[in-house]
Write a protein that binds this ligand. Structure first.
Ligand code: ZN
Length: 255
């Protein structure tokens, strides 16, 4: 691989030439915010079984299992703060380089960093809703109920089931968000991918769709992805540091 500096300069040139690029982000952008450990050995995902959407609807026991895991997860999510990579994406939006962020993450950190147009393909863990009447709560309110040992919270208005606004296993992807993401990808001209192994479909096909419509691709990810061959510049370096330096170069008048 070419040295870091020349790759940075090439990526910065690409960003300087674009007006409404988009970013596509996955779990890897949030690891530097302390949200990496869930998948490591002994982590949350290993200690709890995945409860499918069907099971959630069908059984109070499955819901208790689901909410027990959330009760551990939610405080960690609420404590996490945007890192240098999130902040750099917000700055690129301010400077008119990025039109939107499309994310597979449910942590809400892009909005906290200041990005105003964020398309959440897997929903958000910052709020929860009643599956019957649609009433919505900040996740903090639900966490209070979980901590008071209500492990099957129901809606106060209609007694319907409450669920975080995330897309569960077996639940359909949000159609509108997917359509919006593909439309943006096809008009973008440039797609900056950060922290996704591009293995989860159908989200992973967004960079491919952008490329097919003529967009140039920059990838920042620790490991190889199935789409590396169509990316013009690839970084294996840490996302925070890379994005910080890249944004600085994009802002500088010379080079
Ligand atoms: Zn309700």
């Amino acid at each position: 691989m070419e040295r870091f500096e020349p790759r940075l300069r090439r990526a910065a040139e690409m960003l300087k030439q674009v007006r409404s690029g988009i970013a596509f982000t996955g779990a890897g952008i949030s690891t530097e915010s302390g949200l990496a450990d869930f998948r490591s050995p002994g982590g949350l995902w290993e200690r709890y079984r995945i409860v499918t959407y069907r099971e959630f609807l069908a059984s109070a026991e499955a819901r208790a299992e689901y909410w027990q895991m959330r009760r551990e997860l939610i405080p960690a999510l609420l404590k996490a703060a945007p890192n240098a990579a999130h902040r750099a994406l917000a700055e690129l939006e301010t400077k008119g380089r990025l039109a939107a962020v499309i994310t597979q993450n449910i942590d809400g950190l892009h909005q906290l960093a200041g990005n105003t147009r964020v398309i959440e393909l897997h929903g958000t863990n910052r709020s929860a809703s009643c599956l019957s009447c649609g009433r919505s709560w900040p996740i903090e309110d639900i966490q209070q109920r979980l901590e008071a040992d209500d492990l099957d919270p129901h809606c106060e208005s209609c007694n319907g089931l409450i669920k975080p606004d995330t897309v569960s296993f077996g639940q359909a992807m949000p159609e509108q968000a997917m359509a919006e993401a593909f439309a943006l990808a096809e008009q973008s001209g440039l797609l900056l991918m950060i922290g996704s192994s591009l293995e989860v479909q159908p989200a992973a096909s967004i960079p491919a769709a952008a490329h097919q419509a003529g967009a140039r691709l920059i990838f920042i990810n620790r490991t190889a992805t199935p789409l590396d061959s169509i990316a013009e510049v690839i970084f294996r370096e840490a996302a925070g540091k890379t994005m910080e330096l890249l944004t600085k170069l994009v802002s500088s008048p010379c080079q």
